[in-house]
Design a binder for this molecule. Structure first.
Ligand SMILES: CN1c2c(nc(N)[nH]c2=O)NC[C@@H]1CNc1ccc(C(=O)N[C@@H](CCC(=O)N[C@@H](CCC(=O)N[C@@H](CCC(=O)O)C(=O)O)C(=O)O)C(=O)O)cc1
Ligand SMILES: N[C@@H](CCS)C(=O)O
Ligand SMILES: [Zn+2]
Length: 765
């Protein structure tokens, strides 16, 4: 029995990859230097995995930006508008597809299943011509083999998932279904498999996570047909079809029957249902089962005894069982041992990527040699688990009592929306198409340096606060000059919209080095929800009030909502997630009320992750949406009717949660829409969304500055779906990743566009 993982963090111990890629973009790092840093990081990862006891390493999971974009390159499906740039300079062209240029828009970016990782959406149409390019995969396999890896297994996004995650290219009919291209794509995969075999691959993994979502009979039949065709190829390595993030459900019998040599299944969380389902289909006789028993999505140590029991059952259900993490370790930080500041009593409960690889190796050893061979590890693990259950850190009586006393009435505002809206209009006196931003302004290197200086003791708290106050003055003055209607303080004091609040709440642990890739070169350090949550003191009131003291225009209070506070953290697995959400919501409710008492007439509570953590299977959704929307309302319903509650969401398709968005009972919502050409405005209108909305007009993920005409056209498009008295003009998301020059120009253009479109509106009688 072997131990393996599906993928490993790419960034390196000190985010060397981020620094090299951003250096290349800025012209400070040559392409050669970038390639050599990347190769060194890959070698470091394989060595680390081998040291942890992993005896089959993944290859090809590394990426300069995103593995879906790599797949688009691998199958030659480059968007027409980027072809010339890629032909002229493949590396620069690759980043142009990811980030866009002044001439050519980037690919759309969206969430990778229910994770906080974002991928670039392939754009396909009836004229798409696929062409195999195995170069990256064969080169990385060659590197691993040259390093002496005992066994190396290339990992590719599978053809069915690739097509199911694609969208119609611009200009292609919106009802075009990329899956209809499967027959054309399979010969390309056949060629790739032959190339990988020739390069020394004995096994190749094809990732099909899209098959854990609800699929139509036609999609399941297409998957069955694809793996029949690939399985019947003569010149190919052995095939391992991998699924993760949930149970395979009705796709399990389809894959179990396919002529492939192995399946990788997740056995954690809701995917634990795979165990009974596997027994029900008669197991995988003669096949390899790669059993994902070590959770690749959380940071908690594995219950080794429970996993051994699962593995023992699985031994009777497959020809051969190997031990693995449930999914790629891309979604967890690299090394818990780097967190020297975490209390050792708590640190013993934590396992990051490196520790999870070691857990898989321990389990594989136990399976091969018997539990006696891992008795020391089992005893230590038992003691660590028991210390967590018994710890006073995980229980706060006052928090539990308050949470238990919450009633339905605590989650309802005093008046319904239609009675609040008039009071808010009178209080705010805004023009039609009011202009605003989503909250953050550029997080300049100077701001980050000030924070790093504070951490290192090079400056004191007073000097740091002066720096933040200066930033707020600059942000407010700019917004007044630019003519925005509802201002923000700019979030300059926040390292991250979740981490900043988590650092001020009890029950959360912060990491120092726990970076996880969010998209491209952007990383987050998800805090860890380890205990009961309370708010010892106000968190955002002071800076909001300071900004309001500088202007007579309304300044929005800005908070992160309870669902996002959970989604972008590692949540505790020792109590229902709904209970954790209620605790966080109560802490936020106190903050919302204190912002209002401090004079805020508009308070935005961001829930960008509401859609992201929607369960992948429809059957699990009503339960999630019930606790998630109740937590948001609990956090926001303590305010007066004339206080306007905004919420904001980005990075996702919202069509399937519009009913739930209504359940939030917010007064105004801003949504990401620019890259998808305001499609969301139609979706809102299609569902009869009766409230105010700001579908984003400025794509903040690209350095490209939209002109006033383009922005006015998007607003006019918004007006076809949402009436003028309910439409807001705003960017897609916060501006923290952008530079000041772009932001200044884009926001001036946005205000000019709103003014132009306002002039075109019929006169109010
Ligand atoms: C809105 N989004 C967010 C998501 N998840 C979150 N948890 N937060 C989000 O905002 N998911 C969906 C999207 C994803 N979008 C983004 C956008 C931007 C970033 C980003 O810019 N990340 C930064 C890191 C931000 C941060 O923590 N900054 C710290 C500085 C930390 C640091 O680099 N420290 C260095 C020293 C720095 C120095 O010396 O100058 C160190 O500690 O070694 C801060 O401001 O204090 C990034 O750089 O990637 C992420 C997701
Ligand atoms: N208020 C946050 C939302 C990001 S999703 C920001 O502006 O960055
Ligand atoms: Zn956003």
């Amino acid at each position: 029995m072997r131990a393996t993982v599906h993928g490993y963090p790419r960034q390196g111990p000190n985010r060397e990859l981020k620094k090299a890629v951003e250096g290349y973009w800025e012209g400070r790092v040559t392409a050669e230097a970038l390639h050599s840093t990347a190769a060194e990081l890959r070698r470091g990862n394989w060595r680390q995995l081998a040291d942890a006891g992993i005896d089959e390493v993944p290859t090809g999971d590394f990426s300069y930006y995103d593995h879906m974009l790599d797949t688009t390159v691998m199958v030659g499906a480059l968007p027409e508008r980027h072809r010339a740039a890629v032909a002229a300079d493949p590396l620069a062209g690759y980043f142009a597809m990811a980030r866009g240029t002044q001439e050519a828009a980037p690919l759309e970016m969206t969430k990778w299943f229910d994770t906080n990782y974002h991928y670039l959406v392939p754009e396909l149409g009836p004229d798409t011509v696929f062409r195999a390019d195995a170069g990256k995969q064969t080169a990385e396999l060659g590197e691993a083999l040259a390093l002496g890896a005992a066994a190396a297994r290339p990992v590719l996004v599978g053809p069915v998932t690739y097509l199911l995650l694609a969208k119609p290219a611009p200009g292609v009919a919106p009802d075009f279904e990329p899956l209809t291209l499967l027959e054309r794509l399979l010969p390309v995969y056949a060629e790739l498999l032959a190339d990988l075999r020739a390069a020394g691959a004995r096994w190749v993994q094809l990732d099909e996570p899209a098959l854990v979502q609800d699929r139509t009979p036609g999609e399941l039949a297409a998957a069955g047909e694809a793996y029949r065709a690939l399985g019947e190829l003569a010149d190919r390595p052995r095939l391992l079809v991998a699924s993760y993030f949930d149970r395979l459900g009705e796709a399990l019998p389809v894959l179990a029957k396919a002529p492939v040599e192995g399946l990788a299944l997740d056995f954690t969380g809701p995917a634990a249902a795979n165990l009974d389902a596997l027994a029900a289909v008669g197991g995988l006789p003669g096949k390899r089962l790669v059993a994902g028993v070590v959770d690749g999505r959380n940071v908690w140590i594995n219950d080794l005894e429970r996993s051994m029991a699962t593995l023992a059952t699985l031994l009777g259900l497959a020809g051969r069982v190997d031990v693995a993490t449930s999914c790629s370790l891309l979604h967890v930080p690299l090394d818990a041992r780097a967190e020297r500041r975490i209390d050792p009593q708590v640190a013993r409960w934590l396992a990051f990527a490196r520790q999870k690889a070691a857990e898989a190796a321990t389990l594989a050893r136990g399976l091969t040699k018997g539990t006696g061979a891992i008795s020391a590890e089992l005893a230590a693990n038992r003691a660590d688990l028991a210390s967590r259950t018994a710890s006073p850190l995980t229980h706060d009586k006052a928090v539990r009592a308050r949470s238990a006393a919450v009633t339905e009435a605590d989650t309802r505002r005093a008046l319904p929306y239609h009675r609040r809206t008039a009071a808010q209009r009178t209080r705010l006196g805004l023009p039609p198409l009011p202009t605003t931003t989503i909250g953050s302004f550029p997080q300049t290197a100077e701001l980050r340096r000030a924070r790093a200086d504070l951490r290192a003791g090079r400056i004191d708290e007073t000097a740091y606060e002066q720096r933040i106050a200066a930033q707020i003055r600059e942000v407010v003055a700019f917004q007044e000059r630019a003519g925005l209607d509802v201002l923000v303080h700019g979030e300059g004091e926040r390292n991250d919209m979740v981490q900043y609040f988590a650092e001020q709440l009890t029950g959360y642990l912060a990491t120092r080095h726990g970076w996880v890739q969010s998209y491209g070169t952007r990383y987050v350090r998800p805090p860890i929800l380890a205990g009961d949550v309370a708010r010892p003191r106000p968190m955002s009131v002071r800076w909001t009030q300071y900004a309001q003291s500088l202007t007579s225009r309304p300044v929005k209070g800005m908070l992160t909502g309870p669902v996002t506070m959970l989604a972008w953290s590692f949540v505790r697995d020792d109590q229902p997630v709904a209970e954790t959400a209620r605790q966080v919501a109560l802490a936020l409710r106190d903050e919302v009320c204190e912002l209002e008492a401090g004079g805020a007439a508009v308070i935005q509570v961001d829930e960008p992750a509401l859609r992201e953590t929607l369960p992948l299977r429809a059957a699990d959704r009503p339960g999630y949406l019930a606790w998630a929307t109740a937590a948001f309302r609990l956090a926001t319903s303590g305010v007066r009717p004339d206080t306007q509650i905004h919420t904001h969401m980005c990075y996702a398709e919202f069509g399937d949660i519009i009913g739930a968005i209504e359940q939030l009972d917010a007064d105004v919502i801003s949504l990401e829409a620019a890259r998808s050409h305001m499609q969301v405005a139609d979706e809102l209108a299609g569902h009869g969304y009766p409230r105010e909305a700001g579908p984003g007009v400025y794509d903040i993920h690209s350095p490209r500055v939209p002109g006033p005409e383009e922005l006015a056209a998007l607003l006019r498009k918004g007006l076809t779906a949402i009436p003028a008295d309910r439409l807001w003009a705003n960017p897609d998301c916060g501006l923290k990743t952008r530079g000041w020059p772009e932001v200044r120009e884009a926001l001036r253009n946005m205000v000019a566009a709103a003014r132009t479109v306002r002039r075109e509106l019929p006169r109010q009688s």
